[in-house]
Design a protein around this ligand. Sequence first.
Ligand code: GLU
Length: 501
Amino acid sequence: MVRVRFAPSPTGALHIGGVRTALFNYLFAKKHGGEFLLRIEDTDQNRYVEGAEDYIIKSLEWCGLTYDEGVGKGGKHAPYRQSERKALYREYAEALLANGWAYYAFDSAEALEAQRKAFEAKGDTFIYNWATRGSLENSLSLPKEEVEKRLQRGDAYVVRFKMPEGETLQMHDMIRGDVTIDTSTLDDKVLFKSDGMPTYHLANIVDDHLMEITHVIRGEEWLPSMALHLLLYRAFGWQAPEFAHLPLILKPVGNGKLSKRDGIKYGFPVFPMEWEEEGTLLKGFRGEGYFPEALINFLTLLGWNPGGDKEIFSIEELIELFDLEKVHKAGARFDPEKIKWFNHQYLQMKSDTALAELFQPILKEKGLSYPTAALARVVGLIKERATFVADFWELGSYFFVRPTEYDAKALKKQWKDNTSEIIDEVSDILRNAESFSSLALEERIKQYIEEKGYGFGQVMPPLRLALVGEMKGPHIFDIMEIIGKEETLDRLKNIQLATKG
Ligand code: GLU
């Protein structure tokens, strides 16, 4: 049974890279008929941010990445919030102390800082490991009685992992393949502190084991921890899960990892939903009008693709095709234009009625009310050029409010000596029209144009200006039908007044 987890720390808004990690876990679990868990890793109280956990849960929900077990849902391994599992980790730290894979260290922060400085002065880097631990204050260097005394006295300590010296560790990553590391280059990481809190490393391994995680799929920034994690499994005598480290999401231009600052600087979202930080409201993908399906489709193809030219995939297709081992090793560049393209595609696929419903709140905000069925017709005429639902206003506001100004350049070009007369004649025809359907109107006006021997260019552009205010918009007669006879006639009258005045 495949069991995977998304294990974010609630240190701020979930970044788009985190969403992709959750997504790849989700796809992998679904593909293998497995289970997907959400565990909140909140052992570092200093980095805890109010509201972040809630934001993570709501973001996953908005993206449709439903989990089977976890915070807010429960499950057979509850609780799933590490701060609520605190009591559990001590016994695991003690087990490692007992079997020799860990030791107590009493060095103060100042003492370690002094070491760091001394090494730096020699052009070296201080590492707490096999080479230095003998001359530092810990249970490997101090006499047994001294260690006992300090523990009894309640001196502050940390429990450190005893990283083996000179072992060439062979590791396997599902994406990166075989990776080798010399353990002499690694440090004795802190696993547990005397305040009773485990560090990330200990809590993460203990929980992955207890929660029966089979595959650890996470960001590339955790690759350097893989050796320690594998050794921890060995130290506990547990079977290690498989590991897969996902490539970074890179900035649109230049080098390095996409950061939230890039989003602010270049004006594109990097968070799934609205998030307030330092007094600024960042709208996130949801707030900017992106559809979650578009975001998911876009993100899946960031670092993986199933080959071929097809780019639009439903979540079911993605699950079917997804192959973790084909995820790229190299970082994937974030392209803000590409996600707009996806949104445009997904908008076109939605029904006019669904889009009209999404557009209703925007109209309401503008104090306008419009029946959804009629709105759906409008949407159908303008959606082709829209990327976001909010674009409908920019593209079709003239359906709802009559123009009060006319594009001066266009007016100058289109308004001839006899235009006013033409508008009057067309108004008469429209006033007497029995049917106000687009088709009937088109036929009737065409007939008039022919009878008079006019060119289309003499009649249609002025009509468009009258109805829209500029030279844009769909078929003129569709507009007339939708806004209706009275409104059409009023608009024709208005342009006459404006041009005469
Ligand atoms: N809590 C870690 C994070 O915030 C989880 C890393 C892991 O998945 O092992 O990314």
